[in-house]
Design a binder for this molecule. Structure first.
Ligand code: SF4
Ligand code: SF4
Length: 123
């Protein structure tokens, strides 16, 4: 897919779709425990150490992080939600996004532009 506007539109649509599933079903069950953020896994959150993490949470749109979860988080989801997330992952291939690679929207766009030589402005 060459046109960056179409790529962007599909990306943002998939991001909104996945985000709304995550907000509704909360697979990670993020919560405070003894003054620290904890999650469903018992050892996470896996965001710890990520360059995009700030004190108030994630600072970017990272589509992969909305569709790929650890076993504990996946296990907590109803099967139909897992199916929907799998469908989103399949559609992500159309915009050159690979599940399990942490990448912000901006980083993905830069990579696409480098590959395709597209000159549209990136925000
Ligand atoms: S994916 Fe697993 S380890 Fe990462 S924040 Fe969610 S529950 Fe925790
Ligand atoms: S990019 Fe992903 S891993 Fe990094 S802070 Fe955001 S949600 Fe967490």
């Amino acid at each position: 897919m060459k046109n960056i506007i179409i790529n962007l539109a599909l990306h943002d649509l998939l991001y909104l779709w996945a985000s709304s599933l995550v907000q509704t079903y909360k697979p990670c069950n993020l919560h405070m425990e003894n003054g620290e953020v904890r999650c469903q896994s018992g050892w996470g959150p896996c965001c710890n150490g990520c360059k995009h993490l700030a004190t108030n949470g994630c600072t970017v749109m990272a589509l992969n992080c909305k569709v790929c979860f650890c076993h504990a988080a996946c296990y907590s989801l109803p099967n139909y939600v897992k199916d929907l997330l799998n469908r989103i992952q399949a559609l992500m291939q159309q915009i050159d996004q690979t599940p399990y690679i942490r990448e912000s929207r901006g980083e993905w766009l830069k990579r696409l532009k480098k590959k395709g030589g597209d000159t549209y402005a990136v925000r």
